[in-house]
Ligand binder design. Sequence first.
Ligand code: C5P
Length: 234
Amino acid sequence: MSCDLILALDVPTRDSAAPLLRQLRGSLSWVKIGLQMFTAYGPDYVKAVADEGFNIFLDLKLHDIPNTVAKAVESLAPLPIGMLTLHTSGGREMMQRAIEAQRATKPDLLLLGVTVLTSMDATGLGELGVAPDPASQVGRLGKLAADSGMSGLVCSPLEVTQLRSVLPANVQLVTPGIRPAGESGGDDQKRVMTPADAARAGSSYIVVGRPILKAKDPAAAARAIIAELNAAQS
Ligand code: C5P
């Protein structure tokens, strides 16, 4: 099973992203555009990054009534995107309607489900009236997503082994929470794995932001992670 790098483009402006994208053209395949850049620059920015030769993971984490999410998927279908996220906690019907819209309008698009946000802990889940055990909630939502026909899940690399044991092998697992070995951390990702360990655990893609964006030489940091992934899989 192969594992590829996705760069999380969590930067404030398109001008700050431009030099990095230029340097990474040719070595990096996937870029994740999230709410920050999409709300600032909209669909045109998605097209601009795709025109530079990157595959786009649009991380909008859609969550609304089934009809509204399905219509949003239809509206996004003309964009050059390869992955799109929605919240599995929107329920079976929401996911199924989103998948119907995706199949009708953009058959190659991977719809990925977010289970429990990594910012939530047992206390936060308890306050929502959800059983305060993040791992079982991740398993429950992961199975619901796979049953509903979702292409994959966004999850912690530490959840991959558990999820792989209950999900069909074709479900794509996309994992943020990656820190290269030796990285001191110092940010809000607490449950982390190295790129090589995440690949060996069974991640289909890893999502990396700050370890690349905050490196002295971001392009070199991205290339080092790609090399680490390739070595782990050879
Ligand atoms: O900077 P860092 O490598 O932590 O970036 C990880 C990216 O993955 C960020 O864009 C973050 O929003 C995203 N993400 C996450 N945990 C999730 C889902 C998405 O860290 N459960």
